[in-house]
Design a protein around this ligand. Structure first.
Ligand code: DC
Length: 221
């Protein structure tokens, strides 16, 4: 199977870019962050803090995560309930970053990701795809942009949805989440030496997809 790993920090546009790239190549898209978010949502709904490792481990077996596709794209399910919208809530973002530090959580989701990637050609986006989930992926990219650019994109997106947000708070959340994801002990966000760095700070979405697709087309898929 041909796997394309796209890692990078929050707000770098990984999911938008990965979705478009997968569509262009005619292969599947797997959003691994959605899996961490679904487990984080489960913990929040069970009244368990995503930072409480023992508490999370105790409820882990009660959460069944799976995904499938419909005309809206990849849908994520928590115990057969479609939670694709609920997991985008602001409080779930921080909770997902916290819960992703727990080794038992990562082991569970990495197994699901490897199994899914072995069944179809796909683009996977996340934090540790190239470094840990699929170290032998055919293509690896590390997609980033400056924290300020990522914050202003997120700020615009939230404003368009009618949210009452403050730019400085959005920037702070991005910086905190970067720190959380990069400094965790187990499978932190890193750029591996064999990943191609794509800095989208001054690129449009289309230009970023072109930049990645160009490197893939070169070797064929
Ligand atoms: O990509 P995202 O913002 O939806 O991811 C939510 C959180 O999940 C992110 O802060 C870190 C974690 N995550 C991870 O640790 N490993 C992945 N492969 C994907 C996401």
């Amino acid at each position: 199977m041909i796997n394309i790993a796209i890692d990078g920090p929050s707000g770098a546009g990984k999911s938008t870019i990965s979705k478009l790239l997968a569509k262009r190549l005619g292969i599947a898209y797997i959003d691994t962050g959605a899996m961490y978010r679904a487990l984080a949502l489960f913990a929040l709904e069970q009244g368990v803090s995503p930072c409480d490792e023992a508490g999370v481990v105790a409820i882990l077996d009660n959460a069944r995560i799976h995904f499938n596709y419909n005309s809206l794209g990849m849908r994520i399910f928590l115990n057969d309930r479609d939670v694709s919208e609920d997991i985008r809530r602001h409080e779930v973002s921080k909770a997902a970053s916290d819960i992703s530090k727990i080794p038992a959580v990562r082991d569970r989701l990495v197994a699901l990701q490897r199994e899914s990637a072995s069944r179809a050609d796909c683009v996977l986006d996340g934090r540790d795809i190239g470094s840990n989930v699929l170290p032998h992926a055919r293509y690896k990219f590390y997609l980033t942009a400056s924290a300020e650019e990522r914050a202003s994109r997120r700020f615009k997106e939230l404003r368009e949805k009618g949210a009452d947000v403050d730019y400085d708070q959005v920037l702070k959340d991005i910086i905190d989440r970067d720190k959380n994801d990069m400094e965790r002990a187990y499978a932190p966000l890193i750029k591996t030496d064999d990943a191609v760095l794509i800095d989208s700070t001054s690129l449009t979405i289309e230009q970023t997809v072109d930049e990645i697709a160009r490197r893939i087309d070169k070797d064929g898929i």
